[in-house]
Design a protein around this ligand. Structure first.
Ligand code: ADP
Length: 881
């Protein structure tokens, strides 16, 4: 076995779970099983290398300069990669080059910009679950973004853990090895835009042990108590946070990630949003529905910096419950809203600020490039000007100005130390500014003079010897030489020393040449060494200002979000919401911020809504398909959410009593990822709402009960309404959209229920959607009208009208709703519709086929085809074919 092989095996032994990339000269090589895996995953050639007598081992390598892109592919495929570097210079070290693993790259610990999404955080989380003293299941959850230094921890009830993890969406989750695989754990990348679970890394239980974890935190922060972080009395929180610190210690061996002070938070200070709600409201990802290519985030994100973009995303996922904090945000947005000049100027300055958080992390990791430092300098200047511009405002922005305190020591240092136009990478003498280090400047001058001497040598020697074809050249083996062709050998002066014979001539050196040569070569080496060391010193010095830089980055992010929200508000006519702790939500002329954007300007129809726990707390909204029911109820939820983020809202007036949770349930959605049937999913989620909502919640129900037969669905929907309305633990504000106009009956018996419908006009037998919400229930479904609009053949529509008229005349008492004659007639008609299908043999199948249709997701063409098939089936049953 060769010494290199032994060195490799020793290292590999410590990193069994990672692909070990072993630096050999200009390549990173993987061996053995790692090589096979890397070759397969990276589509690179699998070769073999001799590693001693009769031992050939599989090997696959990637060029060092291209590491980042290969690393990205391995990490995205869920692998961990240990990077082993050469620690001594192979050119100068005698014997075996020293090597060690400097970093283990995992999905949660990547630093490479190519692997990171600029506008989103990359979180590493740790989770521990255990019984609390009171016997309930508790959980500790910590998460960190090592590219920005953010580090947060919470202790919460076990059943809220999955929710909170969904909000954070970590790239990697650490769990104690002995802990059972949690239900939220997942493997592999997200499917269908939905995360099936989070990649889990089991770590030793010892890292999660309370004492070890506490000690890890105390050591990391160099403090004597955790009191200052607010988590001293939260053992599960401490265990999770300590495990993260231990893991970072093992993976970031060369330079431990620099984290901001640990922030202990409580999920109780934020509005709870579950994954369904985030998806249904299309907060971060646009849905499949036509015309909804934009998410709410994309609609609102006019931020100019990556920090601002990340902060806005965090805020949208964590609306506040704290009135004072919200007023502070709204005041700040208001300052930018009111003053166009200030807003424009601020936004233009913000556009010049680079990703301060990530540059800071790279300064601390020692991987920052000179160009990034120059960008940082420009950014600091811009931030300073921003603070100046805002500082004449003594009012609502005063606190922000204080946070925007400039960091002159860093800007000054970059100014002094870094050349304004670095010509190459660090080490070639072009990065450190002239005048910063007299030693470096002297070396560069000496090397320049020597090079000049050598450059002039050819001319001088040609003159001295009279040999016109004399040449000065350079090669790796002999260094500089003088070459004379055969014909001129007679004129070679005596001080030339012969070094090499060629077919066409001879190569010589002279003593002077060698002196200058060693000057040049030494100087180059010294410049390389010195410039690197100066650069490291400069970075280390800047690292000392990390707390100030990180505070500044946070302030810039906030200023950016405020200015962006103000800009959106001005461009699209939003107003400042009035917030209070009442139990009322009253919105005048509200609009759906995303839908209004995709419609032609001015065509969106604004609507009012008023919900109050003590009065109208449950609205049953009826109307035909495509009338605008879903849009209306989501708009109420989104406006409430925006208000609790601290944004202005799309309305002419909005008074929002803060809500603790927004629930949404949308019927008729296939949950492909879990493989549950549509109806089952629908019921599970409805159950979750009924079990978890509080009187302070806002519940949005869209077409629930649609996934089963009409009667089942109607009965369930009715029962849900009654429960939400009557249960003392609920009674929450609810918007219930349905096409079952029979549900309007509920208002007759439940005092807090109000009926509203979407107005439609009939023009020459055609229905026109007005998108206006009016009091009162819809008296019919307009199904045939909608079918007509969808382009069903005239004959079919006419026949449908005939059948409908026939049905409506048939006396039928089987309606499940009570109430007035007219309504009973409708219910009867619905029942008759059912008997039409089921009375005769074969009808059952037809009925099933109709129920199985996913009406909301049919294209007009599919609808026609389906209808044609159904008719064929009906004809066969009738024997009329
Ligand atoms: P429903 O839930 O009643 O089937 P949607 O809410 O999905 O209907 O709305 C259907 C379409 O109608 C939307 O995609 C949008 O284009 C349009 N729409 C909805 N509400 C409005 C409105 N207030 N003003 C203008 N167009 C609207």
């Amino acid at each position: 076995m060769t010494p290199i092989r032994r060195q490799y095996l020793n290292l590999k032994h410590s990193y069994p779970d990672a692909i070990l990339l072993f630096r050999l000269g200009d390549f990173y090589e993987a061996f053995d099983d790692d090589a096979r895996l890397a070759a397969r995953e990276l589509e690179i050639t699998l070769t073999a290398r001799s590693m001693g007598k009769d031992t050939k081992v599989p090997m696959a390598g990637v060029p060092a300069h291209a590491l980042e892109s290969y690393l990205a592919r391995l990490i995205r495929k869920g692998h961990k990669v240990a990077i082993c570097e050469q620690l001594s210079d192979p050119a100068t070290s005698r014997g075996l080059v020293a090597r060690d693993v400097v970093r283990v790259v995992t999905p949660g610990t990547v630093l490479e910009p190519a692997l990171l999404e600029q506008k989103a955080n990359n979180y590493l989380a740790a989770v521990v679950e255990a019984a609390l003293p009171d016997g309930t299941l508790g959980a500790g959850l910590a998460y960190v973004d090592i590219t920005t230094g953010e580090f947060a921890v919470t202790q919460l009830e076990g059943d809220r853990l999955a929710l909170e993890l969904e909000r954070i969406a970590p790239a990697e989750v650490l769990v104690p090895r002995s802990q059972e695989a949690p239900q939220w754990a997942g493997h592999g990348p997200a499917t269908n835009g939905q995360q099936a679970g989070f990649p889990v890394t089991p770590v030793d239980d010892a890292d999660f042990a309370l004492n070890a974890a506490r000690q890890a935190l105390l050591d990391y922060y160099q403090v004597l108590s955790l009191e200052g972080f607010g988590c001293a009395g939260l053992p599960l929180a401490v265990r999770a946070a300590g495990a993260i610190v231990a893991y970072l210690g093992r993976t970031q061996r060369a330079g431990r990630a620099q984290l901001a002070a640990l922030n202990t938070y409580s999920t109780a200070s934020y509005m709870t949003l579950d994954a369904q709600t985030r998806r249904n409201l299309e907060l971060f990802q646009a849905g499949r529905a036509e015309g909804r290519q934009l998410s709410l985030l994309a609609t609102l994100d006019l931020t100019g910096t990556p920090m601002g973009a990340r902060l806005l995303r965090r805020w949208l996922g964590q609306p506040l419950l704290d009135l004072a904090a919200l007023e502070r945000r709204l005041d700040a947005v208001g300052c930018f809203f009111d003053d166009a000049f200030r807003r424009t100027e601020a936004r233009s300055l913000l556009g010049q600020v680079p990703d301060l958080e990530r540059i800071l992390a790279r300064i601390q990791a020692g991987t920052v490039t000179p160009r990034e430092l120059l960008a940082l300098q420009a950014g600091l200047t811009a931030a300073g000007r921003l603070a100046e511009r805002l500082s004449d405002d003594a009012g609502p922005l005063a606190w922000l100005c204080r946070e925007l305190a400039p960091v002159p020591q860093v800007a000054g240092l970059i100014e002094q130390a870094i050349a304004p136009e670095p010509g190459g990478p660090v080490g070639e003498g072009t990065v450190i500014r002239e005048g910063f280090s007299p030693e470096l400047d002297a070396l560069k001058t000496a090397s320049r003079d020597a090079r000049r001497f050598i450059a002039g040598l050819e001319t001088r020697e040609r003159e001295r010897t009279g040999i016109k074809s004399l040449k000065v050249g350079y090669n790796q083996v002999f260094g500089y030489y003088i070459e004379v062709s055969k014909a001129n050998l007679g004129q070679v002066p005596p001080d030339y020393i012969r070094r090499q014979t060629l077919t066409g001539g001879e190569r010589y050196i002279v003593a002077e040449l060698k002196e200058y040569e060693s000057l040049v070569l030494n100087a180059r080496e010294r410049v390389d060494e010195l410039e690197r060391s100066l650069y490291r010193q400069v970075c280390a010095q800047m690292g000392q200002s990390a707390p100030a830089l990180s505070r500044l980055a946070g302030a810039v992010a906030q200023a950016d979000v405020f200015a962006a929200l103000a800009e959106v508000a001005v461009r699209h006519g939003y107003v400042r919401p009035r917030l209070d702790l009442s139990s009322t939500i009253a919105i005048k002329n509200g609009r759906h911020p995303v839908v209004e954007r995709v419609l032609p300007p001015g065509s969106y129809v604004p609507n009012d809504v008023c919900l109050s726990n003590d009065d109208a707390r449950l609205i049953v909204l009826t109307g035909p398909n495509m009338a605008g029911k879903s849009t209306f109820i989501r708009q109420a939820a989104i406006i409430t959410l925006m208000a609790q983020v601290g944004s202005f809202v799309p309305a002419s007036e909005a008074a929002i009593g803060l809500v603790d949770r927004i629930f949404t349930r949308v019927g008729l959605q296939d949950d492909l990822t879990t493989g549950q049937s549509t109806f089952m999913v629908e019921m599970v989620e409805t159950a979750a709402i009924l079990n978890q909502a509080t009187p302070r919640s806002l519940v949005i129900l869209d077409e629930i009960g649609r996934g089963t037969s009409t009667y089942d669905g109607l009965s369930i929907a009715r029962a849900v309404i009654e429960h939400l309305h009557n249960h003392p633990r609920l009674g929450c504000k609810t918007l219930f959209a349905t096409h079952y106009h029979e549900l309007t009956e509920a208002a007759a018996t439940l005092p807090g229920v109000r009926n509203f419908s979407v107005a439609v006009a009939e023009e020459e037998g055609r229905v026109v959607f007005l998108h206006r919400i009016v009091p009162g229930g819809a008296d019919r479904s307009y199904g045939v009208h909608v079918a007509q609009l969808a382009g069903l053949p005239r004959a079919v529509v006419n026949r449908a009208w005939e059948v409908l008229a026939e049905l409506e005349q048939r006396p039928q008492a089987a309606g499940i709703t009570g109430g007035t004659g007219g309504r009973r007639r409708r219910a009867g008609a619905a029942a008759a519709q059912l008997t039409l299908f089921s009375a005769a043999p074969g009808g059952e199948r037809l009925l099933e086929a109709v129920l199985a249709l996913d009406v909301a997701n049919l294209t007009p063409l599919e609808a026609i085809n389906k209808l044609y098939q159904l008719q064929e089936q009906a004809r066969q049953r009738d024997g009329t074919t």
